[in-house]
Design a protein around this ligand. Structure first.
Ligand SMILES: [Ca+2]
Ligand SMILES: [Ca+2]
Ligand SMILES: [Ca+2]
Length: 437
């Protein structure tokens, strides 16, 4: 089956159902790799493959990447935003690599950091945040994200790596047989082959609209693909899932949504875009994102702090089971930043553990501006307490040097790349101290 098709519930507007199609990539045997994207109604459909320049220059073109079978957008601190079904469709089947491509460079996805699925009330959304193992330094993070619901008739720029459009328009009868342009029921376009980045425009004509696409119930905006309206009227196609939708009030680009699905008529061929049906994109005003940051001071350490990763758990206050786990590489100053989809404002515990440092916990209210930590050294074996086991560990590596025989970096308390009595005295000084649970 090339395209999985599900019935979606049109919720919040009575019980009317609409057919929705997934817009993740599917493998199409025999298709060659054109370089095209979002289906646009203008000209021969091949335009808009470079960033918009009006009403202001779009600065985030390289921030839109491919993720598995779809698209994603980079938000900063190593975090990307996409549709949840990109993960489900791709990673559970193992058909796609665990990388994203941003600005022509592949970046590995970090499986040690929680894949964050957004939630609204009791509804899991078809929307997720995930983390990369390295910061894609040249990529400009998308920093402006809407926090208020947009009005109908707001102009949007839809972007993603969806399929190309066939050059010519098609006309179908009631049974989806191609027919006379002067006597038809449906009209629109077949898709061409391949996928790359493209943008198109539309206007919101539906808001505050819950869509169930089979991978979550998501608050969305809808934008209908209309004939003859000009501009760069567009609709999403397979591959656009996870791609961003922007608005541009007052010459500033704001992320308003993430493409998740599209509507379809009963019997509509999967590889078509037909006038009168809509694109649906998650309403980011319903799904707040919070950046949390601060400094982690690694006590008694003179080594390269930027070589150190810390595990930061976000927990329900008083509990030790993490709601989310983030594996963060510290900046050389000890700075850290993470992005969470957890609802704010709300009380949480942050618990930070370094490789051979004890865990420290702080009660915080998200959103917060900073949360700083100072971690006690001496826990070589990672059991979150400094005991004689840690001393033995250091003694067994004593006098070794970096990458030499017997070397173990977790015995190098001070990070000077050799195991000496200094390392032993650091552990001795903190003997019998336990970290926060
Ligand atoms: Ca429209
Ligand atoms: Ca220990
Ligand atoms: Ca040392």
């Amino acid at each position: 089956m090339f395209l999985q098709e599900r019935e979606g519930m049109k919720m919040g507007f009575g019980s009317q159902k609409l057919a929705v199609f997934f817009i993740g990539f599917v493998a199409i045997i025999g298709f060659t790799n054109f370089s095209q994207g979002v289906i646009i109604d203008s000209d021969n459909g091949t335009g808009n493959a470079s960033p918009p320049t009006s009403p202001s220059t779009f600065p985030y073109w390289d921030s839109i990447g491919t993720a598995g079978g779809g698209s994603c957008v980079y938000l900063g601190s190593g975090y990307c935003l996409s549709a949840y079904h990109i993960k489900v469709l791709d990673f559970d089947t193992g058909h796609y690599s665990k990388t994203v491509n941003l600005g022509g460079v592949d970046y590995d996805i970090d499986d040690n950091t929680t894949w964050q699925r957004f939630k609204l009330g009791s509804n899991d959304a078809d929307l997720m945040l995930f983390h990369l193992t390295t910061i894609p330094t040249p990529i400009v993070p998308v920093s402006n994200i809407i926090t208020t619901m947009q009005k109908n008739n707001t102009k949007v720029w839809m972007m993603g790596y969806g399929y190309n459009r066939a050059a010519a328009k098609s006309y179908w009868d009631d049974n989806w047989t191609l027919t006379d342009p002067n006597n038809y029921t449906y009209s629109g376009y077949y898709w061409g082959a391949g996928h790359t980045k493209r943008w198109g425009t539309n206007v919101i004509d539906l808001k505050d609209h819950l869509v169930d696409d089979g991978y979550g119930i998501t608050q969305t905006y809808g934008a209908t693909f209309n004939s003859g309206v000009g501009d760069n009227e567009s609709v999403v196609a397979i591959g656009d899932s996870g791609g961003p939708v922007f608005i541009n009030p007052s010459s500033t680009w704001w992320l308003a949504g993430i493409n998740i699905t599209r509507g379809g008529y009963p019997g509509q061929p999967w590889n078509t875009s037909v006038y009168g049906k809509s694109s649906y994109f998650a309403d980011m005003s319903a799904y707040p994102i919070t950046a949390v940051g601060g400094t982690v001071t690694l006590q008694d350490f003179m080594g390269d702090v930027s070589s150190q990763k810390v595990t930061i758990e976000i927990r329900t206050p008083g509990l030790t089971t993490p709601l989310q786990t983030h594996l963060i590489t510290l900046q050389s100053t000890g700075g850290y930043s993470l992005i969470t989809c957890l609802p704010a404002p709300g009380p949480y515990d942050l618990a930070v553990k370094g490789s051979h440092w004890l865990r420290q916990k702080a009660n915080v209210s998200i959103p917060i501006s900073t949360a700083d930590f100072t971690l006690i050294n001496g826990d070589c074996n990672g059991d979150n307490s400094v005991t004689s086991d840690d001393l033995s560990f250091i003694l067994s590596a004593m006098d070794s040097v970096s990458d030499g025989p017997g070397w173990d970096s977790t015995a190098d308390m001070d990070g000077d790349l050799e195991i000496t009595s200094t390392d032993l005295s650091i552990a001795l000084l903190n003997m019998d101290i336990a970290g926060n649970p």
